[in-house]
Design a protein around this ligand. Structure first.
Ligand SMILES: Nc1ncnc2c1ncn2[C@@H]1O[C@H](COP(=O)(O)OP(=O)(O)O)[C@@H](O)[C@H]1O
Ligand SMILES: [Mg+2]
Length: 381
């Protein structure tokens, strides 16, 4: 494994030392699959992650996120395909020689060491000079705003602070890629939101490529440059947050990224100015994708926040009437569920304004009009 030939000494090279191949990609997966026995956990994944990107793997539990991350780290060997880090294939590179580091949900700190020594641990083992250790640990602690707690034990820190120590420890030897497996999963909502902002700031500051695993769509949408949405071991869609949110490539992605508001229907006219007949009998104008034709069954998807309610429904919008079935007060908004007949229903969000709180107009049983601009209606097959 340590062979004396010109094999892959990725760790030392920092910038991939003139490999020529792989361009600016920090990470590349080419046709990567992982099977455990006859179960396929990761199914033929292709991904390219440019240097400096905040990239997320998003998907429900069991879809293969951790397995993908573990293959990047070298803890699992792909059954098929190739992994390149900074342009170099790494199948023969053991985990400790890969220029990557991993942060887990459980902080895995040493309880008997103080913060400073937790962060210094790896550098000491690599026999880095004392002065340099001191300097780099100082920088890393500053980065995560923990300089004042250098002498504290992990047991004296809050959950958020412990995760920052783990982050400092992972960043202290400046890996090319940082792998983060649901690092904020153990924190309560308020702290998680705060740490999301901090993590993103830290990533911008250090410019290290982050591969971030989460099952929380909001987290992925708010932090990432790009997201790969995974389902059953495959990548269902890969793109910028806006792209994945506004133009989900398939029903799974639409459903997973927030409320999908699906209405089933049959295409009656194809093309950009197409028409879809839904269960209520209404013909709904919608842009029909090129690969759909007359007679196809499709799902219409309208985001709750794109739906106008009652007096907000304007000229030029699709207009439907229905009965309020349910109302959920969410603070800054109220979510109302409207039954349209024939089993079809839509969820709309009414925002609070300076004039009125969000929930003071709607009661279950009321008849309301809903509307949306046809271009805000997505057609999924
Ligand atoms: N070592 C293993 N042996 C057998 N099955 C495994 C192993 N590791 C993971 N799996 C299975 O592979 C699937 C994907 O797991 P994982 O990558 O941990 O998913 P995620 O992180 O997205 O929740 C799951 O069904 C899991 O049970
Ligand atoms: Mg996992």
């Amino acid at each position: 494994m340590e062979g004396g030939n010109d094999s892959v000494e990725v760790r030392a090279s920092g910038n991939g030392g003139g490999d020529g191949n792989g361009g600016g990609d920090a990470v590349r997966l080419e046709g990567v699959s992982k099977r455990f026995g006859d179960f396929t956990a990761v199914d033929d994944i292709d991904l390219s992650i440019p240097k400096g990107e905040f990239f997320s793997l998003l998907g429900p539990s069991g879809c293969g996120k951790t397995t993908t991350l573990r293959m990047l780290a070298g803890f699992e060997v792909p059954t098929e395909g190739r992994i390149l880090l900074e342009g170099e294939p790494v199948e023969d590179v053991p985990p400790y020689k890969r220029n990557v580091n991993m942060v887990f949900q459980s902080y895995a700190l040493f309880g008997h060491l103080d913060v400073e020594n937790n962060v210094a641990f790896g550098l000491k083992r690599q026999k880095v000079a004392k002065d340099e250790i001191h300097r780099r640990v100082g920088e890393a602690l500053e980065l995560v705003s923990l300089s004042s707690r250098a002498k504290a034990r992990p047991s004296e820190l809050s959950g958020g602070q412990r995760q920052r120590v783990a982050l400092a420890r992972a960043l202290v030897n400046r890996p090319a890629v940082l792998l983060l497996d649901e690092p904020l999963g153990a924190l309560d909502l308020k702290l998680r939101k705060q740490m999301q902002v901090e993590l993103k700031q830290i990533q911008r500051e250090v410019g290290i490529t982050f591969v971030y695993v989460t099952h929380d769509q909001e987290e992925a949408l708010s932090m990432s440059d790009r997201i790969a949405v995974m389902s059953d071991g495959r990548v269902a869609q890969c793109g910028a947050p806006e792209e994945v949110y506004e133009h989900p490539a398939e029903e799974f992605v639409a459903g997973f990224i927030g409320i999908s508001n699906l209405l089933e229907g049959v295409v009656e006219d194809a093309g950009d100015d197409g028409k879809v007949r839904i269960a209520t009998g209404d013909r709904i104008p919608a842009p029909i994708p090129d690969d759909c034709s007359r007679g196809d069954t499709v799902q219409l998807s309208v985001r709750p926040e794109k739906i106008a309610i009652d007096d907000e429904v304007e000229e030029g919008m699709v207009r439907l009437e229905g009965t309020i079935e349910d109302r959920v007060y969410l603070g800054v908004s109220t979510q109302i569920t409207v039954g349209l007949g024939g089993g079809a229903r839509l969820v709309a969000l009414e925002q609070a304004t300076y004039r009125a709180s969000a929930d003071d107009r709607w009661e279950p049983g009321m008849t309301v009009a809903l509307g949306w601009h046809p271009e805000n209606c997505l057609v999924l097959r």
